[in-house]
Design a protein around this ligand. Structure first.
Ligand SMILES: [Zn+2]
Length: 280
């Protein structure tokens, strides 16, 4: 019997979601938070849900908002393996020094560790959890590399719970989708195809890469939100004769998609954060 849980980071931590899988004898964590204060909250959340330290901590992709503050969690659970697919590790290693320098200067040295721990390559397509005593084993399937807000996403599929941990392939409907790296029609189409693939798994639950606190997961609505946003990006940027810049697109998307909806205040915050994050 497996259960899946998710925990949103603060809005300053970009509302990235950390996922915890629990069985009666084990647990597994996916995507630690970006910022140190969120890691401490996440630690309390983990220990409130399971007495079993995570067997492993996995990452969905190389972006700092999905692993930079793993340090306190790894220190609290020294037996936990720290893993990511080899193609994720490569990207982390390529950008490591530059990203640390950048984020510590933007957000402050008290929020971002000086030396975020780096995951070891996990060159396999599934992970088996549980299976102690008479407990049934739980298989976690790693699907990747697939396209999301960058080219190196791993989607985690837990058939026993019909749950997808989507990373930044699916964005919760509380916010904008990160489109800064979507630089060609091929990347846009590949991302849309990845959404089709997830839908074909017929998940009952999708845990997106980002979702603000206070929002309920909704597999269908979050998939639809991500698709709609990407199609709008295709229309206004990728395939437009006169392309908007990403910055202009975000402002435009805010008014086109959300102006009249109850999501407006959340989207306004999300827009603000997105604009701050764009390369300067
Ligand atoms: Zn992210």
């Amino acid at each position: 019997m497996i259960q899946t849980h998710h925990h949103p980071s603060s809005t300053k931590g970009l509302s990235s979601l950390t996922t915890l899988l629990t069985t009666p004898t084990s647990s597994l964590l996916i995507d630690p938070p970006f910022l140190l204060p969120d890691a401490l909250t996440t630690l309390t959340w983990i220990t409130s849900l399971t007495p079993h330290p995570p067997t492993a901590i996995f990452l969905t992709h190389h972006h700092p908002d999905h692993f930079f503050s793993a340090n306190p969690i790894l220190s609290a659970f020294p037996s936990a393996k720290f893993y990511a697919s080899p193609y994720v590790c490569t990207r982390i290693n390529n950008e490591y020094d530059e990203k640390i320098k950048y984020w510590r200067s933007v957000l402050g040295e008290e929020l971002v560790p000086a030396m975020p721990r780096r995951p070891e390559p996990y060159p396999f397509s599934f992970f088996v959890l549980g299976g102690k005593e008479d407990e049934e084993e739980v298989v976690v399937v790693l699907l990747g590399p697939v396209q999301g807000d960058c080219v190196d996403q791993t989607v985690f599929w837990i058939p026993g719970a019909k749950t997808v941990v989507a990373g930044d392939v699916v964005f919760g409907r509380s916010g904008h989708v990160w489109v800064e790296e979507l630089e060609s029609p091929a990347l846009l189409e590949a991302w849309l195809k990845t959404l089709d693939m997830i839908e074909q798994l017929h998940p009952v639950k999708i845990i997106p890469g980002h979702m603000e606190a206070g929002w309920e997961l909704n597999a269908e609505a979050d998939l639809a939100h991500t698709r709609r946003y990407l199609r709008l990006f295709g229309e206004k940027v990728t395939y437009a004769p006169e392309k908007l810049g990403v910055r202009e697109f975000i402002i435009d998307a805010n008014s086109v998609l959300y102006c009249t909806s109850k999501q407006s205040p959340h989207l306004h915050d999300s827009k603000k954060y997105m604009l701050n994050l764009l390369r300067r």
